[in-house]
Design a protein around this ligand. Structure first.
Ligand code: HEC
Length: 124
C-alpha cells in the first residue's frame, strides 16, 4: 500500500510537470530559424548567402525588391525556388535578364540559394 501511494505521487508530479511545459514554451521568444538548423544545413545556407550576392542587385539585398521589374524572392519555399531556377537554367522559362543568371548555377548553388532565400522573411 505504501509503495502504491508513493508511485501515485510520483505519477502525479510527472503529470504536473508535463502539463506546465507547453505554457512555459509559449512564453519563450520566437526562435531564430537559422539557430534551429543542423551544422550541415547551416553550411548550405552560408553558401547560399554568399552566392546570393549576385542576385541582390536586382532582387534586393534581403530578397525584397524595390523595383517592380524584379519579383521579390524572399521566403519562397525552397522547392519552388529550386523549380524556378532549374526552369530558367534549362530554358523552360526564359527572360533576358534572369536566364543568364541561372545558366551559371550548379545543382549545389541552386540547393543553397533555395535554402537561404526560404529563411528570409517574405515582403509584407
Ligand atoms: C539582372 C537582374 C537579375 C539578377 C542579377 C537576378 N535576377 Fe532573378 N529575376 C530577374 C527578373 C527580371 C525576373 C523576372 C523574370 C520573368 O518575369 O520571367 C527574375 C525572376 C526570378 C525568379 C522567379 C520569381 C518568381 O516568383 O517567378 C527567381 C526565383 C529568381 N529570379 C532568382 C534569382 C536568383 C537566385 C538570382 C541570383 C543567382 C537572381 N535571380 C539574379 C532579374 C534578375
Amino acid at each position: 500500500m505504501n509503495r502504491l501511494h508513493s508511485l501515485l505521487i510520483f505519477v502525479s508530479i510527472g503529470l504536473l510537470a508535463a502539463c506546465s511545459e507547453p505554457a512555459s514554451q509559449s512564453e519563450a521568444p520566437p526562435q531564430d530559424p537559422f539557430a534551429q538548423l543542423s551544422e550541415s544545413e547551416r553550411e548550405l545556407v552560408r553558401h547560399g548567402e554568399a552566392r546570393a550576392r549576385s542576385c541582390a542587385a536586382c532582387h534586393g539585398p534581403q530578397g525584397i525588391s524595390r523595383n517592380r521589374m524584379y519579383p521579390s524572392i524572399a521566403g519562397l519555399p525552397s522547392e519552388r525556388m529550386s523549380e524556378l531556377l532549374e526552369a530558367y537554367r534549362n530554358g523552360d522559362k526564359s527572360n533576358p535578364l534572369m536566364s543568364p543568371q541561372a545558366r551559371g548555377l550548379s545543382d549545389q548553388d541552386i540547393e543553397a540559394l533555395a535554402a537561404y532565400y526560404a529563411l528570409l522573411p517574405a515582403a509584407p
